[in-house]
Structures are given as C-alpha cells and as structure tokens.
Design a binder for this molecule. Structure first.
Ligand code: FHN
Length: 482
C-alpha cells in the first residue's frame, strides 16, 4: 500500500476505480491506505456541540458583500451568473468592482431586524459570509485594507450580526472563502517559484484572518469554508491539517465541515480511503440526497438558494423561484435523511432583505410555528418511505411523525413499521383531539384514514404512537447517548 503514496492522483483514481473505492462508496469497500492527513475519525462526532448542530434542522445562510451594490447588473447589462461572481464577468471591469467598497454604505442595515426575522423563520443557526471570493471583509481585519472599516459605513458588520443573532439564541457560524481575488499571493495553481513564495504569504494571511475572526467573535460555533477547490489549496494538506487543529483548540467544540482539508493526495470531502474529513459533509449544495444510503451515516447540510443559483443579491431573479411549500419539503426531506437545511438570503446593497425573501421567511416561519415539533431534534426513521411524504422521529423522545406533502385521494395512508412495532394511535399535530382510525392489514402494515373536507394547502403533520416508543433500539441512526 505504501506504493500508493507515490502515485499521481490520476493513477490513484484508476486504482480506486478498479478497487471500487471513491466518493460515496459503501463502508465494506473502504481501503486502508496510510494517510498522514486523512479523516480524523470514522463515524459521527458525539459531543454536545455536534449533537446541537445535528438537532438544528433549519438554518439561515447570509451572502452579503459589495457585490450587492451592482446586484447582477453593470452599465445597464444583465449578468446571468450568480450575483456574487460578477467580478469575474467580462462585462464588469475589475477596477470598477474593486472600487465598489467606497460606496458601501448600507443605511438600512439593522442586525437586530435580520436576527428577529431569522428567529421567526425558525432558524436555529446562521452562516454569515465574513468574506467571499472577492476578498472583501465585513469585519475590520487588521491584515488588509479591503474591509468594512474603509467604507463610508465603517462599522463592524460581523460584530453586529454575531451580537444580534446571539441575543436571539441563534448559533453563529462564519463562512470564510479561501479563494481571495484581492490578495496578491492568492493563486489557483502554483506554477513558478514566485507563485510558491507568494502563496506562502497568502497562507500566513489566511491563518491570521481565521485566528482574528475566532478571537474577535468567540461566540462562533463553527467555520463554514468555501473556495477550496483550487489545485494550489489541494497541495496544502499538512498546513491545513495543522491550521484545522489550531482553530479547534481556540474554540473547544468548534464545528468544521468537509470543505476545508485536503488529504495527502489532494482529495476533498472524503479522503483516499473514502472517509469523510471534517465534522459533516458539505457536498450538498443546491441538491439533496434521495435515500439514507447516499449520506453514508454522515452528518450533512444542504445549503439552498431561493432562485436557481443566486446567493448574493441579484435584483433580477430569472428562472424558477421556489415557493414556501417547495422549501418546506426540502427542509423536511433533509431532516428525514438526518441532515440540516440551510436557506440562503442575499440582502441588497443598502442592507434590506428583499420582499420575496421576507415573504417566504414568513410563510416558512408560520409553518414552523405549528409543525417544528417534527423538525427540531428530529432525524431519520428507518421505516419504508411512502409516497405521501416523509417520516421523521425525535432523537430524544423517539416520537414519530408523518409529514404529508401528497395527500392520497383515497384518504388512506400506508405505514409499514418494523417487525413487532404496531401503531396504537395517530392524530394531527395541530389537532390532537382528532384521533384517526388505524387498520392493521398484514405483518407490519397499517392504514391510517384521514379525509379532510378541504384539501390542505400546506404540508401537515400526523403524530403516530407505537407500542415501542421508548428505547426502541431498532434505529441505528438515533442519537448516541454520551
Ligand atoms: O462560489 C460559491 C458561491 O458563490 C456560493 O458562495 C456557494 C455557497 O455554498 N459556494 C460557492 C460554490 O460552491
């Protein structure tokens, strides 16, 4: 196996293909290559901060920076890409972009109002862009001039947000882009000696900024890394390994996903043995798994945009814009498959959250007010999936829920439990007094009857009680006791 250490990545991929190893492979097929910088553990973290993370269910993402000023347009022209990438568009000169900060003065920004809205949405945590790929810092970093301190606004935005969200009891995670188009030492690949010398300066700058962030905002529960796909970063296994350790030492329990460390061979997310690096899988961006097998027993989050692919503010959303029912279904699906769902917001250049986002936040929030019992602290229930929707189960009480998205015309809801588990009672979460009739057919199949007079316009939740609610050990995905 030592020979593998000396193979190039392409050669390795071929070897892995032959061995049946790779992204998303099954446990049995894992290899055992000696790695210095591979996964730090196999299996989930079981400490309290990670259990809290696992139980959030719903989070909010905020993408905010100077890209919110052009909002996807320059000189009257429409930019079809993601608004926060406008600097990379030939339609906007770099110089124009790099001077936008001189106009950044978000007079409508109100951290408390944002945090209050997030609370009403039902978000348990927030991920905030401290700096995106453009390198502009929303905190007054002492390691660059390209920060909020040098805008007309001047005040520390990250500080205000951390305080406001913390006050609302919403945990704060800091988004940090490794790609930094503003730093001379940043390179996507290292070709010349000079590239390498410059990149060393960039690495020190990156480390300084991360230490600075955790020092300034010790309330931070975790770091959400992005922009780690460059060849240059993928060569830095040993450096990132040490940095990861250093950051974790600064805040005990700090949570870092799979987008930070490359392994010895430059693999991201999963090391050469197929084991996840980091505390949860960060690969589900604008997409979701369909089965529990696809998440391989790992923690994971799904970060989602409301339009198809806009994170930062784009004044002109084109294409499909998700409805509240679509977003609620994604949220429930994520929880039902043991993940968290994180909904993105992109405030405009003045600090206003656009009306479409406000409306959706209100709609999802209203649904959460009635139904969040089936979301918070909930996860996967290993019963056969049915067409009416999703099962979730509370990891602590083991109460079981059916979240209905497709109401059967027959009014009959099929439930197949596990052997020996019978359904004793079923009722609506928002109307516990209305007990639903249950019929047992054969084996563990039960039919629950519910035929409302009016077709519900929103997903609703049924609670089911079984003969084995307490200490049901059938479910391998239940929260471990520590
Ligand atoms: O390029 C970014 C993109 O702008 C956005 O920040 C998303 C959020 O997950 N991450 C990157 C693409 O993976």
């Amino acid at each position: 196996m030592k020979i593998l250490y000396h193979l190039t990545q392409i050669q390795l991929l071929i070897v892995f293909f032959i061995l049946g190893v790779g992204y998303g492979q099954s446990d049995e097929k894992r290899t055992n290559i000696t790695l210095k910088y591979g996964a730090e553990r196999i299996g989930k973290r079981t400490d309290q901060p990670m259990q809290d993370w696992r139980n959030y269910g719903l989070g909010q993402f905020i993408h905010w920076g100077v890209y919110a000023i052009p909002g996807g347009h320059w000189n009257g022209k429409y930019y079809a890409g993601a608004a926060e990438w406008i600097r990379s568009w030939e339609g906007m000169p770099n110089e124009a972009y790099d001077n936008l900060y001189k106009e950044f003065n978000p007079k409508n920004f109100n951290a408390n109002a944002w945090a209050k809205q997030a609370k009403e949405l039902g978000a348990k945590y927030v991920i905030i862009t401290t700096k995106h790929h453009d390198g502009f810092c929303l905190w007054p970093s002492e390691y660059t001039d390209y920060t909020i301190a040098n805008t007309p606004y001047k005040k520390d935005i990250i500080g205000a947000l951390v305080e406001a969200y913390d006050k609302q009891g919403i945990d704060v995670y800091l988004y940090f882009s490794i790609i930094d188009w503003n730093h001379f030492g940043y390179k996507s690949k290292l070709v010349t000696d000079k590239d390498r010398t410059d990149y060393e300066v960039f690495k020190e700058f990156t480390r300084n900024q991360l230490i600075e962030l955790l020092t300034r905002y010790p309330e931070t529960k975790g770091l959400w890394f992005d922009g780690t796909w460059d060849a240059a970063w993928k060569e830095q296994a040993s450096y990132v390994y040490d940095l990861d350790k250093e950051l974790r030492e600064m805040i005990p329990g700090l949570i870092i996903g799979s987008r930070f460390r490359p392994d010895d061979y430059g693999n991201r997310h999963f090391d050469a043995n197929g084991n996840m690096m980091g505390d949860y899988e960060q690969g589900w961006e604008r997409k979701m798994p369909n089965t529990i097998e696809e998440v391989h027993g790992n923690d994971w989050d799904c970060v989602m945009t409301i339009p198809e692919n806009q994170w930062g503010y784009h004044s002109d959303w084109r294409g499909h814009v998700k409805t509240s029912n679509e977003l609620i279904e994604m949220l429930v699906k994520a929880v039902a498959l043991d993940g968290n769902f994180v909904l993105n917001f992109g405030p405009d250049g003045l600090g206003t959250i656009r009306k479409e986002e406000t409306k959706l936040a209100k709609q999802v929030g209203e649904w959460m007010k009635v139904n969040s019992t089936a979301i918070y602290n909930c996860g996967y229930l290993d019963w056969e999936k049915q067409d009416w929707g999703y099962f979730t189960t509370n990891r602590i009480t083991q109460e079981k829920y059916m979240v209905v998205f497709n109401q059967p015309i027959s009014g009959v809801y099929t439930v197949k439990t596990k052997k020996g588990v019978s359904i004793e009672k079923a009722y609506l979460l928002d109307n516990p007094g209305l007990e639903l009739s249950i019929e047992k057919t054969y084996n563990n199949e039960f039919l629950i009857q519910y035929n409302p007079e009016n077709h519900p316009e929103e997903p609703f939740v049924m609670v089911i009680e079984t003969n084995k609610d307490q200490n049901n050990s059938d479910n391998q995905y239940l929260q471990p006791k520590i």
